[in-house]
Design a protein around this ligand. Structure first.
Ligand SMILES: Cc1ncc(C[n+]2csc(CCOP(=O)(O)OP(=O)(O)O)c2C)c(N)n1
Ligand code: SF4
Length: 289
């Protein structure tokens, strides 16, 4: 029986997101998922990057760290290595994860560490006032591309599958039921989970609006016979629908990074006494001088 409630994960800090921003639902869905999984605030760490979305770690009652731009994943992986007992959720924007942080994103996916990465994808840079992100469609007019972007948008789902992520999902922030269930499934999955959430920026993105997504998204659960364990079907379906699908796109069971590290301590490093005796410290120093 669940004893945690969503209230346990509220810290009373009022988000300074614009009214209507998609990130509100992402915050609520993380809190709801944690309660549904009967976690306590001290079982959870939320690590975020920089951006409007990056503020999320300050709005959830749990361990948390608001890192630097594009660096949520390196920090989150370090936290998980230090304390394997924690549920670690990394979160940030599409600029954070797919522009400045993309190298970290790809390596975290191929590493398959057991953490959940939630990208609030508004196809724009919100915090810095609406420039293009790698997720902006070509032709998109912004202050940084007044003639329209001439670059193709990156596809996170295909990238995640080919990079080795073992749980690859996409959601729409307005469908909080599917979003909550997907975050729960991502947390329960043993390996790297990426959940790309279409999270509209109501202030700077006047193209990819709530109505636009309602018209253009297809739920994978509505596609008869869709099998998320079939990589070929996942890739074909993404191509057929121009990646505009929601649900679990691909899931593969394989050992996580922690399971493969030889000699990795069974007890969390965070719970061990790491104090070095002066004699041992001197011996170690002497090895290097
Ligand atoms: C190293 C570094 N470069 C650039 C910036 C400026 N900057 C802050 S947030 C941001 C992009 C935000 O976009 P996104 O990650 O999509 O998040 P959103 O605000 O849309 O939620 C940029 C370029 C920064 N803070 N640090
Ligand atoms: S600028 Fe956009 S992304 Fe940032 S808080 Fe406002 S609506 Fe949300």
């Amino acid at each position: 029986m669940s004893t945690s409630t969503i209230k346990d994960f509220r810290n009373g800090v009022k988000p300074n997101w614009c009214p209507g921003c998609g990130d509100f639902s992402v915050q609520a869905a993380i809190q709801r998922s944690a309660a549904n999984l009967n976690l306590s605030p001290e079982d959870l760490a939320v690590i975020s990057g920089i951006g409007c979305s990056g503020r999320i770690s300050g709005y959830i009652r749990s361990y948390g760290l608001h890192g630097i731009h594009g660096r949520a994943l390196p920090i989150a992986q370090g936290v998980k290595m230090g304390n394997r007992d924690l549920t670690v959720v990394a979160a940030g924007g599409d600029g954070d994860g797919f522009a400045i942080g993309i190298g970290h994103t790809i390596h975290a996916m191929r590493r398959n560490m057991d953490i959940t990465y939630i990208v609030m994808d508004n196809q724009i840079y919100g915090l810095t006032k609406g420039q293009t992100s790698p997720r902006s469609e070509d032709g998109f007019i912004t202050p940084s591309t007044p003639e329209g972007s001439i670059e193709k948008a990156l596809s996170p789902m295909e990238m995640a599958i080919t990079s080795g992520a073992s749980f690859v999902a996409q959601c729409f922030s307005a469908d909080i039921k599917e979003l909550t269930a997907t975050i729960e499934a991502g947390i329960q999955h043993k390996g790297f989970s990426i959940i790309n959430v279409y999270s509209p920026c109501v202030t700077y993105n006047k193209v990819n609006t709530y109505d636009w997504f309602k018209e253009n998204l297809t739920k994978l659960s509505d596609i008869e016979g869709y099998d998320a364990s079939n990589r070929e079907m996942a890739m074909n379906t993404l191509m057929k629908h121009n990646s505009l699908v929601t649900g679990v796109v691909y899931q593969e069971m394989k050992p996580s990074y922690q399971e493969l590290v030889k000699g990795y301590a069974k007890r969390p490093l965070a719970h061990m006494n790491l104090e070095l005796q002066p004699k041992l410290f001197d011996e170690l120093v002497n090895e290097f001088v």
